[in-house]
Design a protein around this ligand. Structure first.
Ligand code: SAH
Length: 232
């Protein structure tokens, strides 16, 4: 899976994608990243052309008024075009999915990640900032509006990392020793590891006996009762 990320702040991704399981997946060639910064696609205005390092605007005031700035459509569209051109040059690439992050989009779920991981080779993720991106971008690109939850963040970069993470773990080989998520026995939210008896401030805390029984049927039943989070 290749993730093509449209963002004004590519360095926000540096630490998260370059550690642990995501780093291993990247090294194994299971996931790849490409970044496109809308700021690189802004033309200087006539007045700015003389200036060696002009400050190039990517946002402007909202039509209709109100506080906050809106990202302009053109630089974002050009960045997406650059991503699409790059994808078109990849031999095995299918038509990419285009996701635009919005707090009012469809809410992300594991089922969505699963489906997307199966169907696509390339995903373009558009991260908004400020008050968002000019709404014509979504219309022109027929992008899917996706939310990671019912709250508003300062930008689409965290949502992009959340989507990358949840899609990545649906790709075969990313979770290492797990044969597949369906077969993974530890897909539960209540998990234990050594020691068998944990002592903390004068009290002992034991691992539930059933987990030490070796009886996988009983263990599965126990996990079911404890609200095992099924990766549907
Ligand atoms: N004025 C906008 C909020 C903008 S937040 C509104 O009321 O809808 C700035 C950007 O952060 C958004 O464009 C979006 O890309 C991203 N964002 C914020 N919260 C998000 C969420 N819950 N899910 C996905 N993206 C989010």
């Amino acid at each position: 899976m290749r993730f093509h990320i449209i963002t004004l702040f590519p360095h926000m991704f540096d630490s998260y994608i370059n550690e642990s399981i995501l780093l291993r997946a990247q090294k194994a060639g299971l996931i790849e990243y490409a970044f496109y910064n809308p700021r690189d696609y802004v033309e200087p205005t006539e007045g700015q052309k003389q200036n060696e390092k002009p400050y190039l605007r990517i946002d402007d005031k909202a039509y209709g008024g109100g506080p906050g700035m809106v990202m302009q459509a053109e630089p974002v569209l050009k960045a997406v075009d650059a991503a699409r051109e790059a994808i078109a040059k990849i031999k095995d690439a299918k038509k990419p999915k285009i996701i635009f992050f919005s707090p009012s989009g469809t809410q992300l779920e594991t089922a969505y990640a699963k489906k997307t991981a199966k169907k696509y080779t390339d995903i373009i993720l558009i991260c908004g900032r400020y008050e968002g991106v000019d709404a014509r971008v979504v219309k022109i690109l027929k992008a899917e509006e996706l939310s990671i939850g019912d709250y508003v963040l300062t930008g689409g970069e965290l949502p992009a990392m959340v989507v990358i993470d949840t899609i990545a773990r649906q790709i075969k080989g990313v979770l290492g020793s797990f044969e597949s998520l369906e077969e993974s026995r530890t897909a539960s939210s209540e998990v234990y590891t050594r020691p068998e008896v944990l002592s903390y401030k004068g009290k002992n805390y034991k691992v539930p006996k059933v987990l030490l029984s070796g009886n996988h049927k009983l263990i599965d039943q126990w996990r079911e009762q404890r609200g095992k989070k099924k990766e549907k």
